[in-house]
Ligand binder design. Structure first.
Ligand code: 5AD
Ligand code: SF4
Length: 487
């Protein structure tokens, strides 16, 4: 009997009037069933199905967490809506930069107006921003219409928390944990795409880059057991999933803290052998500990591991990198890029760069530009440094004036875009495989998909191609994407 069949058998015979079981995931399935009964009554009263909308801010990790929240809500019996005019709206928040927080506060006003019109509406907030005590304080003071606040360590508990909201409809339920008490396997997931999926391999981060709030809001590094990861991916492949993205703040430190340590290269090589998978991606790789073993595994399994590495640079100045606590130098980063390109000459490299870190001089900035010109990234996410309270960089004296930062940001953007355009165009005229993701929103005679190296391609086609891998001739490069035609 599979784990899920086993769970189903146990939960089917549960007595919902008895106290909830202590063991996970049974405890959550108990609350899912209980909430299902409670909402069925409410749905009968209103004469319509109850709807939900989970809105994701931030990174791939949050996108995956939102799929888990949706899975639980659907299991309870809610129907997915694509509008915030729903009976249960959850914001899964991000706090990596200040503007992510501002956006959430701005949108909460709109939710209040919707809630005033729908007496059954419940509002939940979760994710990284909620792990900051000042944020929870602000929400209590200014947004007291919110029903539920939870954090990054207890999303698996959504059903139990909903049950508490129903028992205490006039209170704001706040359940924030300081650290992860456990990772719970085998809960429902609602995948956004039928043909591709993220897979968490680890949670949290131990690196404490001096500007970054992630280690404080997502806690210490925890790796999942290889058998759980492999089992999940095999099930996805059986379900017809062709592409998976392995997710972790730094996948290169995967497995170091397991009882039986396993390296990321070992895990990846095992995953590459799973039948049915066509594309494997992973994110993010810290340049300080990307091993030669990993480069070898990528090159050896080039048929299935995508020729793309996201390798966040942050700064090209060795001095700034030291201050950022990044544990590599400009030279060691460039040497790593050389090793990667020697093994995989055509690989796409992308990066993250921060401009205006405290103490950054024009000379430091020139070092960043120098690395950008030497590496020639396929694309780069560029960020203006954002002060995050509680991080070491927030209290550093020499914050860079705004006008100087803006000027540097503009110059960097011009450079990365110009190089990105040139790099992207290198495949013009070739025929390459595209995994089709959706019908093009602007022009419905086109479909949109991605090459293995992550470049976007639009070409004439219809809905039935979604989820298929098709050879496409890359007729014309338009900056960061191609217009193609079926080969
Ligand atoms: N300010 C600006 N950018 C940041 N990042 C992380 N913290 C900050 C910050 N305080 C960027 C880094 C990281 C990406 C996910 O977000 O470049 O790689
Ligand atoms: Fe933040 Fe650094 Fe961890 Fe990335 S590696 S999440 S930038 S602390």
């Amino acid at each position: 009997m599979s784990l899920n069949e086993q769970i189903e058998k146990i939960t089917d015979s549960m007595d919902l009037t008895a106290p909830a079981p202590e063991d996970e995931p049974y405890r959550q399935y108990f609350f899912i069933r209980k909430a299902r009964e409670q909402f069925r009554a409410l749905s009968e009263e209103t004469g319509r199905p109850l709807t939900f909308d989970v809105v994701t801010f931030g990174c791939q990790m949050n996108a995956r967490d939102s799929e888990k929240l949706r899975g639980i809500l659907e299991e309870i019996g809610f129907v997915k809506s694509d509008s915030e005019d729903a009976d249960f709206v959850i914001y899964n928040t991000c706090t990596v930069r200040e503007n992510a927080n501002t956006k959430v506060y701005g949108r909460l006003g709109g939710l209040h107006a919707l809630k005033n019109r729908n007496p059954h509406m419940m509002i939940g907030l979760c994710g990284c921003m909620m792990q900051e005590p000042e944020v929870v304080e602000t929400i209590r003071e200014k947004f007291d219409f919110v029903n539920l606040i939870f954090g990054t360590f207890n999303i698996y508990k959504l059903a139990e928390l909903i049950s508490r909201v129903l028992d205490h409809p006039d209170e704001m339920i706040v359940d924030i944990r300081e650290k992860a008490d456990r990772t719970v396997e085998a809960l429902p997931v609602d995948r956004t795409y039928a043909f591709k999926s993220g897979v968490n391999i680890m949670y949290g981060c131990n690196n404490f880059c001096s500007y970054c709030i992630v280690p404080y809001v997502r806690g210490r590094e925890r790796s999942r057991e290889p058998v759980d990861i492999i089992r999940e991916i095999e099930k996805l492949a059986d379900d017809g999933v062709k592409e998976i993205m392995l997710l972790g703040q730094n996948v290169n430190s995967y497995g170091k803290t397991l009882d039986q340590p396993v390296s990321f290269a070992e895990l990846l090589s095992e995953i590459a052998g799973i039948d049915g998978l066509k594309r494997i991606r992973f994110m993010t790789s810290h340049p300080k500990d990307l091993s030669d073993d990993l480069i070898r595994v990528m090159a050896d399994h080039a048929d299935v591991i995508c020729p793309h590495l996201h390798l966040p640079l942050q700064s090209g100045s060795t001095e700034i990198l030291k201050n950022m606590n990044r544990h590599y130098t400009k030279e060691s980063y460039l040497a790593l890029v050389d090793r990667i390109r020697a093994a995989m000459p055509d690989i796409s490299l992308t990066t993250d760069i921060i401009v205006g870190y405290p103490g950054e001089t024009e000379e430091d900035f020139q070092e960043t530009l120098d690395v950008v010109r030497k590496v020639r990234y396929d694309s780069a996410f560029t960020f203006i440094y954002s002060k995050r309270s509680g991080t070491p960089a927030a209290v550093m004296d020499d914050q860079v004036p705004e006008d100087v930062v803006k000027d540097r940001f503009g110059r960097l953007l011009t450079e990365v875009q110009e190089i990105g355009r040139e790099r992207t165009a290198r495949f013009e005229g070739q025929t390459m495989d595209v995994l089709v993701e959706h019908v093009n929103e602007q022009d419905t005679s086109l479909v949109t998909g991605r090459l293995a190296n992550n470049i976007v391609v639009h070409f004439p086609g219809s809905e039935d191609l979604i989820g298929e891998i098709v050879p496409v001739k890359l007729d014309k490069c338009h900056g960061f994407y191609y217009i193609g035609s079926r080969a």
